[in-house]
Design a protein around this ligand. Structure first.
Ligand code: ADE
Length: 352
């Protein structure tokens, strides 16, 4: 399977709280490509989704037709791109990877659609960010595999249909609600990716450690899994950081103690929260008496943009039961007050 990335911007999402240089980004991309599972049997987690996809793939192969268009949604880092590549491998075809911000001009999307070969998978990340014109070019391409083009000048404008090979579009979004209904309706398979369990993450960590020749024991893997906020991308990043610590501070083996010491230094707590998460909780508690507080106000107070809070920080905090979305804004839950020992406003020392 060939993987062709048409998108210069198609970098892995920026690491949380880290500025990455171009060199690091290239390194991260090859690191991710190295450890990315190629077949379903190597892909850990998302078992319900994998079962449905396997059946759809087998059926498509038997019918000798491309797979239906697929939409994956859910928080970042859960493996949407990886799954799209696995699908292409399992279908024995090629994948082209791009993202909506790289398809700004009509010629960008037309170019990529015309370059496809029969059966190819086209992966469009952040598909909710497609502009209206590009989106409308996609409709007939997805539905009947042709492009609607106009030629000629004013009075002699002519509309022509250009057939394109039958392909499978795999769209990915962190915001399913932002997709227009006409676009959403053209996907035959729509699936949410779930956060990973600690057990699944420990398996991902052990698999990555094996590929990268890192020594890790069971408890070391579990310790990292516990603080990886349900996200394999974070787990894989932490393995590398803990490996560095283990090399410098001990004999290179990642055991429970080494993992916990390294993660403490990285200021990732037992819930997997980092400084920004804790700061977010602290702001709601201290400045807004536990909430509710509007997302815009919260973003300003935190110095982050609304999108980053909504897409990156909030889903895990909601999933863990620390914050609640209400019509009047974000609120801390009694569980968060319990975990962080927040009593009335007497919270400052106890939180940090
Ligand atoms: N690396 C990142 N995500 C993975 C997954 N779901 N399974 C195995 N390895 C992974």
């Amino acid at each position: 399977m060939a993987i062709i990335s048409d998108d210069e911007n198609n970098k892995p999402e920026k690491n949380r709280n880290e500025d990455t240089t171009a060199e690091e980004t290239n390194y991260d991309m090859s690191f991710e490509a190295n450890i990315r599972p190629k077949f379903f049997e190597d892909y850990i987690g998302q078992s319900a989704l994998k079962s449905t996809l396997k059946i759809s793939i087998e059926a498509a192969k038997k019918r000798e037709l491309p797979l239906d268009h697929i939409l994956f949604y859910g928080p970042p880092g859960l493996g949407k791109t990886t799954l799209a590549s696995v699908i292409a491998t399992e279908m024995d075809t090629n994948i082209k990877i791009t993202s909506a911000p790289a398809l700004e001009r009509p010629r960008d999307i037309i170019g990529i659609l015309m370059s496809l070969k029969a059966g190819d998978v086209l992966f469009i990340d952040e598909i909710h960010r497609l502009n209206k014109i590009s989106e409308e070019i996609l409709y007939p391409a997805m539905e009947d595999f042709y492009l609607d083009m106009t030629t000629g000048k004013s009075q002699s404008l002519k509309s022509i249909r250009i057939p394109i090979p039958k392909f499978t579009l795999v769209g990915a979004t962190t915001k399913a609600g932002s997709l227009s209904s006409p676009l959403r309706d053209r996907f035959g398979i729509i699936h949410r990716l779930e956060f990973y369990t600690e057990e699944e993450l420990a398996l991902v960590i052990k698999r990555t450690a094996k590929i990268l020749d890192i020594q890790i024991d069971e408890k070391g893997a579990t310790a990292i899994a516990k603080r990886s906020r349900g996200t394999p991308r974070i787990a894989n990043r932490l393995v590398k950081r803990v490996r560095d610590y283990a090399i410098v501070k001990s004999n290179g083996l990642i055991d429970e103690k080494t993992a916990n010491n390294a993660l403490d230094i990285l200021q990732i707590d037992k819930f997997g929260l980092d400084n920004t998460d804790r700061c977010l909780i602290k702001i709601i508690a201290e400045k807004y008496n536990g909430g509710p507080v509007g997302i815009e106000t919260l973003a300003t107070a935190l110095g982050e943009d609304v999108k980053t809070i909504e897409d990156v920080y909030e889903p895990y905090l909601v999933q863990k039961g620390f914050i609640q979305r209400t019509p009047r804004g974000r609120k801390l839950t009694p569980y968060a007050c319990n975990c962080f020992n927040l009593k009335n406003l007497d919270i400052q020392q106890s939180l940090f």
